[in-house]
Design a protein. Structure first.
Length: 440
């Protein structure tokens, strides 16, 4: 089986909560009293996509459509001074139509309905004052797990279709929209709430064949105050399903990952900073990845422009694990064409990124992204040097309709005939997408 380094092993994750500025499942209150809440969850998303170039060896371009509907129930029940129970069960129906995506992961025939989230938990309420309100939070089942801002673990969001591996990796289509995000089996203990010193212990297992059904243990320790949060993360690989694992993915069995991260404004109004340094130790050797980012919002200027710069670097054999879209476009799928179809895929690369956001209206955001990619070691690997610029709009028409058009321009240095992977020359690919979300 090929080494999944495309949007896949990156843990293809486009969380609509960050991508579109809404929670993944909006709530409809069905019943509520002092101790009991029952809500219905509903989110429908549709996307239309076009790429003038392909990256799967086939000539021409691709036009396709994706969609999913997420629906289910959430409930919580107070326990008369002994905290509260909570739980969620959501089904997802997804599909892809048309040619399938530009990387060939889907072919347009995918249709699936499956459970995504199905989990329960208990929060301590005021039982342990020294830990704060809900200072103990224990949960288990199918749920989304995110560590930090998703640089290493964001969720299990890769949704391949029937386009590769004779359909063995098919998860139901909606590749770009990443309809499913939950890990199959989890047990999570969070201690200390969200302020001051807090941490977590986690065990989680994927049922995603594209991720070789990876099983992991993890722990975090964080300190949060007004200037920001500093955090430590440890992740240990407990095993993979060798039937579906590539040689590269088999290195996850016994792997250890250590990281130091931080995010906040460092006490400077309108500024935002973040960084993470991570090191992987595995049988093949040591790998590292890191980034540093700084930005500033010019709040007194018209449209409150926010300008940011980030540099990220991933060593040659870095396994990008389950990272994903956490803070909006560009994290951690860096470039709509490159991160989804063409590469690089957060391995063996250095990336410069500039971002600009404007707010003409409270319900309207205009954004521009620029990326410059440099392959660190070509050798037997593809040369994925290139540049990409993306322009997008996020328009919240009302509480139940969000429209997000995007245009991307991607210019690789090489094409399929001389060390790259873009078919039909290394000219600029014009890519477009329109996403419509209907939350309730």
């Amino acid at each position: 089986m090929e080494r999944f380094t495309r949007r896949n092993t990156l843990a293809l994750v486009i969380g609509l909560s960050s991508l579109l500025g809404v929670s993944q499942s909006q709530a409809i209150e069905l019943y509520s009293d002092e101790d009991t809440q029952l809500t219905g969850n509903f989110l429908a998303v549709y996307g239309h996509f076009n790429s003038r170039k392909n990256y799967d060896g086939t000539p021409g371009g691709s036009t396709w459509r994706e969609g999913f509907i997420k629906y289910g129930l959430s409930a919580s029940q107070g326990l008369a001074g002994f905290g509260s129970l909570y739980g969620t069960a959501n089904l997802v129906s997804s599909a892809t139509w048309g040619d399938g995506d530009a990387a060939g992961y889907t072919n347009g025939s995918e249709r699936t309905t499956k459970f995504d989230e199905a989990f329960a938990g208990w929060k301590s309420g005021d039982l342990f004052p020294v830990l704060g309100k809900d200072g103990v939070d224990l949960s288990w089942g199918r749920q989304v797990i995110t560590l930090g801002d998703g640089f290493i673990i964001n969720d299990d969001g890769i949704n391949l279709g029937k386009g590769i591996a004779d359909g063995d990796m098919n998860r139901g289509g909606a590749y770009y929209l990443a309809a499913r995000h939950a890990f199959d089996k989890t047990a999570v203990l969070r201690l200390g709430g969200k302020d001051g010193l807090h941490g977590s212990l986690l065990w989680f297992k994927s049922d995603n064949r594209a991720q070789a059904n990876t099983e992991l243990a993890a722990a975090t320790l964080e300190y949060s105050a007004a200037p920001g949060t500093l955090g430590l993360t440890w992740i240990h690989g407990l095993g993979v399903d060798k039937q579906y694992a590539s040689d590269f993915q088999r290195q996850r069995d016994g792997m250890n990952i250590y990281s130091l991260r931080g995010a906040g404004n460092a006490g400077i109004d309108n500024a935002h900073f973040s960084f993470e340094y991570a090191r992987q130790t595995k049988d093949a050797g040591h790998e590292q990845a890191w980034y540093t980012e700084a930005g500033y919002t010019f709040a007194d200027l018209p449209w409150s422009p926010d300008l940011s710069y980030r540099y990220s670097r991933y060593s040659e054999g870095w396994d990008s694990m389950f990272n994903g879209q956490n803070r909006g476009f560009g994290t951690w799928f860096q470039g709509e064409v490159t991160a989804n179809y063409a590469g690089p895929f957060n391995s063996n690369t250095a990336i410069h990124h500039l971002g600009l956001k404007l707010k003409p209206l409270d319900n309207l955001t205009i954004g521009a992204l620029f990326f410059d990619y440099r392959t660190l070691h070509t050798g037997q690997a593809l040369n994925l040097d290139g540049r990409e610029a993306d322009l997008y709009v996020e328009w919240a028409v009302n509480d139940h309709l969000i429209i997000t058009p995007l245009v991307g321009l991607y210019k690789p240095r090489k094409d399929q005939d001389n060390g790259g992977n873009q078919v039909g020359g290394n000219g600029t690919n014009v890519y477009s997408q329109l996403i419509v979300a209907v939350p309730f």
